[in-house]
Every structure is written in C-alpha cells, then in structure tokens.
Design a protein around this ligand. Structure first.
Ligand code: GLU
Length: 299
C-alpha cells in the first residue's frame, strides 16, 4: 500500500508491567511503518485502569523503548489526563441514543456469550451503580474495512455485543478512550497486534457515530508461547533485555518475526543501525498473514 503524504502512527501500551518480546514486536512494527512512510510516530500511555498499572511501569516502558532505539516524535500522552474528552464523547453517544446505562452484573448474564442487552430499554435495577454500554445493534451493519495485512474484514458488531464504554467503578474503558485519542492525536495509521482485530468494529462504529475519521489498520501477528498462549504478564513473559547483547539479539529476533529477513550480521549491530536497515527495507508484502508466531528460541 502506498501511503498518502501524511502519516501519523502510534504505539499505545497499557502500562501493566514492563514490555516483553510480544510488545516489542508491536512497537517495532508500528515504528517501522511510520518511519518508512516518512511519518510521525507517537507513544501514548493507556493508563485508564490504575489497579492494573503499577506505578512506575510507564517510565519503565519509555526507558525500554529508548534502549531499543525506538524514539518518538512528540511529547508522550497519558490517558489519565483525558477524562473530560472521554466524557464529552460519551455524552454525545448518549444524546444519539447509542449509549445506555446498565446495572447488570456479569453473574446475571453468565449463561450468555455476550451481554444480551437487557438494559437497552431502561436500567433494570436503578438502585445499583451503572456501567455505560454501546448499542452495538444500532451500528450500520455490517462494519467492513481493509486491513493492510489481513485484507477485507467484515463484522456485525451486534454479534460482538454491547461493549462497555465506562465502567461501574467510573473508570473509562479502552474502546472509547482509544477512539477519542486516536482522533485527538490525528492518527492516520493504527498498527497493533491481531488480538485487537475484533475490537476494531466497535471502534469503527464509535468513530462514525462521533463523526471522526477511521484510520488505516494494520494488525500484526501475535507472539505466542510454545503452548500457544499470548505472551503476557499472566504467563510470566520476561521483560525485555537491558544489556547490550540482549537488546541487539531481541531487536534482530523481532525483525525476523516480522518476516523482514534481516542479514545475519545485523544481529551484532546497535539498535540505530538495525533500525536504519529495517526502515529502508520495511515491507508488508514480506509479512505473512498468519495470526500467530512462535516465540523465537532466544528472544
Ligand atoms: N493499550 C492496548 C494494549 O496495550 C493497545 C491499544 C491499541 O493499540 O489500540 O493492548
């Protein structure tokens, strides 16, 4: 795909812990795609869920990105500063009849695979705290878009359910925050893991309801353990290397996992050299559209 002259991309980690190899691959893919297009690359810390974000993880992540040579172009943004913008967006959706309060607990609808929409016609229990949900059944269906790696995508948001926009504990939910911030930061290109592919229909629905542009999407293969699990803190994915040799090897491995076929000699080179080579040679055509990749032997 040829880019238009304007390109703004971002890496948007949730600071639930230090970056691991899987997050490095997402950061690197997003960085290279932006740099190869001569674009701008931003970092946004998605810290809307404080109980999941130990203090200091945001700085750890920024330090890790710098150690891997992944330098960003504009001041880092933190989502915890953006509540007002999220509330405005929610108010707009409420005014359009696209968001509704819901008092139901997960336990009440556990027999269903998605929330059955009981509160759409009015809150069931007015004495309880409420979450705010999206009327996924009122989207212009189906939602379609072209993913730059996985091609034509088609989803009916109603089959995905009325996703939560604001939680009962008043915390903002990812789907709303990501849409508001991508628009606010004028993001033209979202590059992220394929685990978020089926979140995209909700985001497209919210964008169109709020009159915001839909960015281009490139979802990247997910790195999985030998047992096929996504690398995460839950399965104790180790934090990225901190010493010179480890950093070089992991960056090289991340280029390999992205099918960029780096020449062997690059493994001994500092991040700046590896990234210069990779920016020059970045090719999505080489990237195989398979959803999962095994963790390399020595990440
Ligand atoms: N914050 C999300 C995560 O860490 C990624 C958001 C995105 O790239 O849209 O999984």
């Amino acid at each position: 795909m040829t880019h238009t002259s304007r390109y703004r991309g971002r890496f948007a980690p949730t600071p639930s812990g230090p970056l691991h190899f899987g997050s490095l691959v997402a950061a690197l893919g997003s960085y290279l795609d932006a740099r190869a297009a001569g674009g701008t690359w931003l970092v946004r810390i998605e810290d809307i869920d404080p109980p999941r974000c130990p203090p200091g993880s945001d700085n750890t992540i920024l330090r890790q990105l710098e150690a891997f040579g992944l330098h960003w172009d504009e001041p880092v943004q933190w989502q915890h500063n953006h509540s007002e913008a999220y509330q405005q967006a929610l108010d707009q959706l409420i005014a359009q009849g696209l968001a509704y309060p819901c008092s139901c607990s997960r336990k009440q609808w556990q027999a269903f695979s998605i929330y059955p929409g009981w509160c759409r016609s009015g809150v069931r229990d007015a004495t309880k705290p409420v979450a705010w949900r999206l009327r996924s059944d009122l989207a212009q269906r189906p939602i379609t878009w072209h993913d730059r790696l996985f091609g034509f995508q088609q989803f009916d948001p109603a089959t995905l359910g009325d996703v939560v926009l604001k939680r009962k504990d008043q915390l903002w939910a990812y789907q709303l925050a990501v849409v508001v911030d991508d628009a606010e930061q004028d993001i033209t290109d979202v590059v992220r893991g394929i685990d978020l592919l089926d979140n995209t229909p909700w985001q497209c629905q919210i964008q169109s309801a709020l009159g915001l542009p839909t960015p281009r999407y490139l979802h990247l293969p997910l790195i999985v353990t030998a047992a096929g699990q996504k690398l995460s803190k839950q399965n104790l994915a180790p934090a990225l290397a901190e010493e010179t040799r480890g950093i070089r090897r992991q960056l090289f491995n991340a280029l390999q996992v992205l099918d960029q076929s780096p020449p062997d000699t690059l493994i001994e080179e500092p991040p700046e050299t590896q990234l210069r080579w990779a920016t020059k040679h970045w090719s999505i055509a080489q990237l195989s559209p398979t959803a999962h990749r095994r963790l390399p032997q020595e990440p």
